[in-house]
Design a binder for this molecule. Structure first.
Ligand code: C5P
Length: 409
């Protein structure tokens, strides 16, 4: 399939988000958040407090959201009323980012002297608070008490991040990065009952098999597909244990617990620990099939005679766990093959006791999928069921694969 024919992946299509922006320096990050939301297909209505206007111009938010920004209860002297009740009912989620100490305090005590606060009191949708302020303000018991009060109302509170602050001080108080807030919003508006509370064990990335203190045998896996699956499962409401080989990716969702490993042996140990409590296992990692038989404790010196390395086979994590799979547990594997590879993938499905295997090829038109942004799959299920997934972004494919997994629940 031609890349231009891909369906754009819009995980927030049809979702309506109210983005409340308060008067703090972190308001500049809300612009990026708005961009992420609209690019993901969400409709966004921005509500700025009066104080926020001192930090970012409303035209920026209006242009990016395609809607006038709302701040006041009425529009000038036109008599037009910005109906906070309608706004509250319209939204699938209300996000306040950044939330200042003043707005938090007012919300915690039910005050409604701004359109944003009145909308908060009227909203029936999930609410996400993203506080941002200087470290001593953030740590103050009064602010923490207000955050606890809001959490007690059933609102989600995203903890402020640690790091350099606009004041020059360093500590907890930063607005989390827009990507993290975006994932938290996805987690509010994309939950699916089938996934809520399910525990997923997911492997991702490459493994490295050491030869000596400075060298290893590895592979070109980037971890992109595994991390896309982890975030998609988390957005649907699952609790994900992500056992990750070395990658450049970061976890953006509070529903993902990442366990960093290096070698296949370490990955196997981490998986064995988490397997019994997980209902779905997804083996997306490119686990090294072999490791050097000898690992030198010192750096191996050049001799001028070449270097013969003897390799021994690593444990097959999917196959090992496949032997202890219980009724109600699902195991999903991947197969990267040269050529078509259907017979090989079908044999792996059987041998590793998988319920679904996602076959992708090194010889597909787009070239090797390792490290690429796009891929295409043929999903093979039990009983010979085949589901082709056309070439698409890995994030889109992650959603399609989880749709197929969901059919197996
Ligand atoms: O046999 P092959 O490596 O092609 O199988 C690929 C599938 O098995 C993937 O799902 C991969 O994550 C998993 N696997 C594993 N442990 C290994 C090798 C592969 O879990 N040692």
């Amino acid at each position: 399939m031609d890349a231009s024919a891909q369906t754009p992946y819009l995980p927030l299509a049809g979702r309506r988000i109210l983005l409340g922006v308060c008067g703090g320096i972190a308001a500049y990050k809300s612009v990026m958040l708005l961009r992420l939301l609209t690019q993901a297909g969400a409709q966004v209505q921005v509500l700025m407090t009066e104080a926020a206007h001192a930090f970012v111009g409303p035209a920026t938010f209006a242009a990016l959201s395609g809607r006038p920004v709302l701040t006041d209860f009425t529009q000038g002297r036109t008599g037009q009323w910005n109906n906070h009740v309608e706004l509250g009912l319209w939204a699938n989620a209300l996000v306040i980012a950044p939330a200042t100490a003043a707005t938090l305090a007012k919300a915690a005590t039910g005050q409604s002297d701004s359109l944003l606060l009145a909308t908060y009191l009227s909203a029936r949708c999930p609410v996400l608070w993203c506080p941002a302020m200087d470290l001593d303000m953030y740590a103050h018991p009064a602010v923490q008490a207000n955050l606890n009060t809001l959490a007690g109302f059933g609102n989600l509170v995203l903890a402020a991040a640690d790091g350099p602050l606009a004041s020059g001080l360093t500590g907890q108080g930063r607005l989390p990065e827009p990507e993290e807030i975006f994932e938290a919003i996805r987690g509010l508006v994309c939950t699916k009952p089938a996934w809520q509370g399910k525990r997923i064990l997911l492997t991702a990335g490459p493994t490295r098999e050491p030869l000596d203190p400075v060298r290893y045998i590895g592979n070109f896996s980037s971890g992109k597909m595994g991390y896309a699956l982890a975030h998609e499962a988390a957005a649907r409401g699952a609790e994900v244990t992500l056992v990750s080989g070395p990658t450049d990716h970061t976890v953006q969702s509070h529903r993902i617990t990442r366990i960093d490993v290096t070698s296949a042996h370490q990955m196997a140990d981490a998986c064995l620990q988490a397997a019994s409590e997980s209902q779905v296992w997804i083996f997306c990692a490119a686990v090294a099939d072999y490791r050097p038989e000898q690992v030198s404790e010192t750096k191996t010196k050049k001799t001028g005679n070449g270097w013969n390395i003897s390799l021994v086979e690593n444990v097959d994590i999917a196959a090992t766990l496949g032997k202890q799979k219980q009724p109600g547990q699902l195991s999903i594997g991947f197969a990267l093959e040269s050529g078509l590879g259907q017979a090989e993938a079908a044999a792996k499905l059987e041998r590793k006791n998988l319920d679904l295997i996602c076959l992708n090829s090194l010889d597909q038109p787009g070239g090797s999928p390792l490290g690429a942004d796009d891929n295409q799959y043929l999903l093979l299920g039990k009983g010979g069921k085949q589901t082709p997934l056309a070439r698409n972004a890995k994030a889109a494919l992650a959603a399609q694969i989880l749709d197929e997994v969901e059919k197996l629940f």
